[in-house]
Structures are given as structure tokens and as C-alpha cells.
Design a protein. Sequence first.
Length: 382
Amino acid sequence: MIENDITVRAVRSPKEQKQFLELPYQLYKGHPHWIPQLRIAQQDILNTRKHPFYQTSEVEKFLALRAGKVVGRIMAIVNRAHNEYHQEQAGFFGFFEVENNFATAKHLLDAARDWLQSKGAQRLRGPVNPSTNYECGLLVQGFDQDPAVMMPYNFAYYAELLEGYGMHKMVDLFAYEIGVSVFNMSEKLKRVADRLKSKYRISLRNINMKDFKNEVQIVRRIYNDAWSNNWGFVPVSEDEFKHLANDMKQIVDPSVVFVAERLEDDGSKRPIGFFLAVPDINRALKKTNGNLFPTGLLKLLWHSRQINYMRIITMGVVKEFQPLGIAAVFYDEIYRRAVSGKFKDGEMSWVLENNMMMNRSAELIGGKVSKVYRIYETRLID
């Protein structure tokens, strides 16, 4: 498609694949808050032939060019697993990067729209890179801060481009700043945690890295039960969860990952919840420019040793026990570990704006909203 001086074309050749990959490194070069992710990791998530996410999805990548120079990119996504689970015909877009030019953005979004309509999609929704189980949402508040690990960053003008195209807010995702200095670990919360552990015979243990394969299966079972009623949730396949876990394994610190177990009448311990936090490896990645070689690996290893900031990615409890408020047990434990360990501060992200229980819990322990991410949507048919 050619209009004025902008050309939009589907990605086909190895050269175009590389151009798609490299665009963010060019657009954000020298930006004080954008974190260059490792290219090897980006190659993995964009590999539609090998990454397990694409086993249940169909996608098309587009580039926008002006005078032969790449000035924008987008991925159009039909997530069949999502549509089957939610019984809808949604189309998604992700990996959206573009110069500050509405015409360029419009041509990219038009290309994604047309392709998705040809696949039967009735809505255009995003950004997701490539689903809610990965980086998702458009940053709309918090541009003066670095993103935490596995959270996106984008230029402020992106929201204007999407809204100018006719997209509107679907839902916001919050990031909370927390830390030992502001953590409101009240005596009441401690008592609630102790009472829950005693009454329901609940204990916490660290994840066993020597039995990582089985631990991943336990967490997957809890996750697929705990989040089954949440917005945007899609059950994660065994292959995809394994892939996600293997990526996470590279940065996991077992001291801030634990499983909640309930002592059953027969003496067995039943896993009912888990808490996952990771060191904010972005603080080390910022020094590498997205490359491991020739010096990036050494920089990554050196700066990783100094990280004392974590991202709380998720906590979950199987539906049977959700009404009990077991989050108090997790908060009590992470506070104890933060006080005595190396992770003194962190970010809890992301939390759905309509998840009243989690937002209230975050506020009760002293968390403050530091960043807001937005999922946009527009109808493709009237």
C-alpha cells in the first residue's frame, strides 16, 4: 500500500524481519528512560515459527517506510485461544512503534485493521506484545521513570495517535511503587496473616529450583485456576508456560518466589497459591544497549549483582480460597524478607483498575500508583 510518501508492506524477507526487530533501538536511541531489551530475547518473542504462543494464533507483521527508511511497525494478531475462551471475535495489535506522524500511524493501523477484518475480527484491541501474558498496555502516565522488567515503555505521543485514530480506553493497568520505607505492615495485618496460617493450616515455602520442572507445573495449575475469571485471561498451554518459565528462570531469585500450601487431613501439603517477584533486571540491561557481545554480558553480570529493586509480577490463590484474603499472608512474608534481604524497594505491576481487592490491598500496605498503562479498543464493524 502506498499513499503520499508512506509505503506499508507485510514483512516477508529476512531483511524485513531484521528491520522490524531493530526499529525500537533506532527510535529510542539516547532516550533516558527506554530500556533496550536484549536482541536475542526480542528475536525469540518475534519468531512466529518457533515461539509456542503462535501455535494458537495467526499474525501478520507490517512495516511503514518513507523513502526506503523504516518509520513504523505493527503486528496484527488473531489470538484463537483468547477468542475461543471469551467467545468473541477480537483482533489485537502489538509491537507498535512509530515516528511522531499521524499519517504513518494511520497507515499502519489501517493495514492491521484490514488484515484482521479479512480474518473475521470485529474489534481492534491493544497493544499486547503479543498477549496479556507478556508486555502489554500503552504507557499513559509515568514517562519520567524507567520501566520495570517485562513492562513496556513508549513515547507520550502514542496515545494521541491511537485516540486520533478513533481508539478509546478499554481498561487501565496500574503499577504501584512499594518499599520498606513506605510499607504499612500494621499489627492488624500481621494478626490476620497469623490467624489465616493457623486456622487454615497454611505455610509458605520457597520455590525449589532443583525441582524446577515440577514447580512450573504446580504454578501453572494455580495460575490457570486463580485467574480464570480475570479480564483478558486465557489459559496458558503447557508448552507456552514452560517457555515463559524457562525465560524467567534466568532472572529468578528464589528468596522472593514462594508457594502457599495447605496441610490436608491426610498429612499431605496441597499447593493453593504462589507469589512471584523478580529482580528488576532492567537496571542492568540499561547498560548493555541490547547486546550480549562483545561487552554486554560482562556489564549485565556486573550490574545485576547490585540490583536491590524487585518487580512483584503476580500473586494468585485458587478460587476456593480467594475469599479468605490470603494476600495478607503473602504481604506479611514479603515484608519480612524485604527487611532482612537485599530487595528494599520495588514495583507491583500490573494491577487491573477494576480489581478492587488488589488495588485496596496495594494501598493498605502503602503502595502508590506510579505508572498507568492503557489497553485501547475500537470496533471494526458497525
